[in-house]
Ligand binder design. Structure first.
Ligand code: GLV
Ligand code: GLV
Length: 327
């Protein structure tokens, strides 16, 4: 008989159809928000799962689902997975890297530009009927071209943002990362390596693109914000929790920095209430990879991981490949 899989969230019908050719599929096309107990109830007799970044797979879920062999995440980030617990339970984890890199870098740039040029704030003003006359400093923001772009986290998406800034907008690009890029990649991105403190002090625009882990929790808090220029903008397209949202809301209100653009939030889809009341922040609901072709490619890669694993023991983008050797 076919392996049984659970698709934990709604997804493109053509992806479900592709999976149904290989598996006994239970899906959640109604896109219900399941509690952990509801997730376990559906996952406990399954061999595999198609998950998204909101589906937490931890030791409790794994203990309740002894049949489970693989969880394929339709996201590049995988902080919803307890990888150590999955490895210990012999469950393979896969993510969806690469296919979203350029789309996500595009969005990082869109959010940067919207933030620096106050696009949503000015649109709200216009829609509210407040635009009665032009004035010399109305919604005056800061320049992108010729400014210094700082990038914290220089993976593939960070490199995509660096290239856009350096080659498209003549920005000076500096970055900080756990490890330094090799010289050829630095030259391609026209990016210079600096320490974190110098990054914070020097950037006119700081974009966060690092993965979330306990080590990156609150990488940007009150102390870091205080080091930034009062004219600086901060953009977070990485993960909620990398920024201390309460500290950021206070910094925006006090003009410690000029503005922020946030696509991700601590405890999302809840948003810190103070962020909703400061005007100098652009807020988007975790959509950096949201184009139809890219979301389709991410879903297709997650499906390909499930199919490759069950057909030939060859997942495409495994995170803990040692599990395959053990099985
Ligand atoms: C989205 O946040 C992803 O990790 O793909
Ligand atoms: C993260 O994994 C990235 O692709 O930047």
């Amino acid at each position: 008989s076919k392996p049984k899989i659970l698709i934990a969230r709604a997804v493109f019908p053509e992806i479900i159809a592709r999976l149904e050719a290989h598996f006994d599929v239970e899906s959640n096309q109604a896109d219900a928000s399941w509690s952990k107990a509801e997730l376990i109830a559906r996952l406990k007799d399954k061999d595999g799962a198609f998950t998204t970044g909101g589906d937490r797979i931890d030791a409790e879920v794994l203990a309740a689902c002894p049949q489970l062999k693989i969880c394929a995440n339709m996201a590049v980030g995988y902080n919803n997975f307890d990888i150590a617990a999955m490895t210990a339970a012999g469950v393979l984890a896969t993510n969806a890297p690469d296919v979203l890199t350029e789309t996500t870098a595009d969005f990082g740039f869109a959010l940067l530009m919207a933030t620096a040029r106050r696009i949503t704030e000015s649109e709200h003003y216009l829609r509210a009927g407040k635009w009665t006359k032009w004035s010399y400093d109305m919604f005056a923001g800061s320049d992108i071209h010729g400014s210094t772009l700082g990038i914290l986290g220089m993976g593939r998406i960070g490199q995509g943002i660096a290239k856009r800034g350096a080659h498209g907008f003549g920005m000076k690009v500096i970055y900080h990362n756990r490890s330094r890029l090799d010289a050829a990649l630095e030259a391609e991105c026209k990016a210079g390596y600096v320490g974190k403190e110098e990054l914070l002090k020097t950037a006119d625009h700081l974009v966060l693109v690092l993965p979330y882990s306990p080590a990156s929790h609150h990488s940007i808090g009150a102390a870091e914000l205080a080091l930034m220029k009062p004219t600086a903008t901060l953009v977070n397209i990485a993960r909620g929790g990398i920024v201390d949202d309460a500290a950021l809301a206070a910094a925006l209100r006090n003009k410690t920095i000029a503005a922020a653009g946030l696509d991700v939030f601590e405890g999302e889809p809840s948003v810190h209430p103070d962020l909703l009341t400061v005007p100098n922040v652009v807020l988007t609901p975790h959509i950096a990879s949201a184009t139809i072709p890219t979301r389709l490619a991410m879903a297709s890669l997650a499906a390909g991981n499930l199919i490759g694993f069950f057909k030939e023991n060859k997942p495409l983008t495994p995170l803990n490949p040692a599990v395959i050797a053990i099985k």
